[in-house]
Write a protein that binds this ligand. Sequence first.
Ligand code: DP6
Length: 313
Amino acid sequence: MKWQAQAPANIALIKYMGKTEYATNQPANASFSYTLNHLTTRVELELGETSDRWEPLTPKTRLSPAQQARFLNHLNRIKTHFGFNGHFIVRSANNFPAGCGLASSASSFAALTKASVIALAALTQQSIDFAILTTLSRQGSGSSCRSLLDGWVLWDNNGIQPVDLPYPHLSHCVLIVDRKEKSISSSHAHEAVLSSLLFDGRPKRAALRLDQLITALKTSDWRLAYETTWHEFWDMHSLFETASPTFSYLTPQSLTLLRHIQDFWTREGDGPLVTMDAGPNIHLLFRPDQIQLRHQLLGGLPGTIDVFSSGSQ
Ligand code: DP6
């Protein structure tokens, strides 16, 4: 018997950064994301014999021993929830290349949670509701719970919910500054930011920006949405830069590109939403009517930049 599921990646525009509880990944603030439907992880589960183990689903898939252990640990958490003592072979693969500047933990943990719940519900004749599914996924990796819904997604104290807003179909691309896996994981960053003196006001600032961004999108005020997401990723990166010890993901090339995009906005009076995760790469979101403008911006980037593009969604 085999069970399968897939889940998409998502990009946060109001960032989950800092936790109030580590074991269950309780966020210090509400976050807000856009689901990237074209970028998915597929997970397949098959009953195994003596212990759980991970295998690649496609020949090119790689997971480090630490990543495999984290994945199997999450499977174990879900088996415990269902009171199941058997074992699985877990296979997974992404439809986007490793090192393309996209974190795969959100799509991976959402897909693993879905596949495990489908398998265990069938094997133990139990069912769980959506709220439990999202709680389980969050425990694997916080941002993965936002990948369980489509479109604009809010994750706050009440769990996750879809937010009905204009711009349901955006196109996404990543300016790839560095393909290497980051030396400081986002899980570590969540702990490290607490040492920054700026962290005190962070939940309040994130909440204000969340309101501002939702208002901007509701009123189709794209410029305000851009300004809000711009301030928001700088806020998160300022926490990194002012932590003790300080750490940084920004490279000179990231800064050159950000300045270039900012100048483009000033010149054209329009441009993409811009954000950065815990890494040096730059994520852009364009409206469907910005095809020409997107071409213009990407065609005029300084230096030689790899662009990973998921096409229009
Ligand atoms: C910067 O979800 O990767 O991408 O819960 O420890 O697995 P864990 O962290 P993770 O953190 C994501 C941080 C972020 C911002 C975001 O996606 O909201």
